[in-house]
Design a binder for this molecule. Sequence first.
Ligand code: C5P
Length: 312
Amino acid sequence: MSTARRARVRALAKINLDLRVLSQRPDGYHELRTIFHTISLADTIDLAFTRARKTVIEIQDPLQLPDNLAVKAARLTLEAMGVSGRVAIRLVKRIPTGAGLGGGSSDAAAVLLALPVLAGRALALPVLAQIAAELGSDVPFFLLGGAAVGIGRGTELFPLPDAPSRPGLLAVPEVHVSTAEAYRLLSPRLTSESKQNKIFSFQSLALAGGVSESGCNDFEAVVMEQHPRLALLKRRLEQAGAAPALMSGSGSAVFGLFRTRDQAFRARNGLSGEKAVGISLVNRARYRTMWWRALQEHIDQRLWPPRSRYVR
Ligand code: C5P
């Protein structure tokens, strides 16, 4: 094979429907309890693979992000498959960075899912999950999609059943939050007493299926203190009827979920002057169908993770 195999895939953003930070662990990371959900906002990735003796990975990224995680994902995937070749990645970014929406992580996971299909090798899910966790704490979730509970660093995942989609609105302020910095601010405030309460209240939300009208995010207190504008956005969304209205991850994006599309649409007027995008929750069935469609030319069965038809 010397001609390129190509695919255009969408890398979806995530929100956290709940996020509790329990304590700092001996390895420096923090112990989490969170509920992830994929949403309709997405980057587009054009991926091309050509078998070659020497590995060359190129990326076209208008934002010129340094140390793009998608490139690292391509390198680790080729190594795991024992394959060399030319990988060309073209990235169209729509997911804002530094917003707590997992954009870079999703781009990386998209490469992990698509590259083996183009290269004609199958990597088992546990192998992909291990590479994903090496790339970043949010990456493994995008190998699953839909709604999932994340514990530990956020890399131990438990899928939640698909619930009906809900319309939402995502406010994206011009604020870039560093995740590492947000953890540094939060860490001194964590106590063992609050840990027990957090585990208990998180548990009730997880048992209810994850998608509910309540939820909380432990980063809000510290990040909103630094950026009061975010607290204002949350209030505006609540006033417009959002339940819940929460910051995603370590911020800065704030989302609201609504009962009706009309309500979400009207909420946009309350955010005048602020950049806002309409979103919907994307469940696991839709997530997988999206992937199978994007790779249909290169697969012949609807398996998860997508499996190349070139595997002998
Ligand atoms: O894993 P990732 O590279 O995305 O994490 C970015 C930073 O966020 C880490 O360097 C660490 O400071 C912090 N982090 C943490 N606990 C987690 C996840 C991330 O302290 N569970």
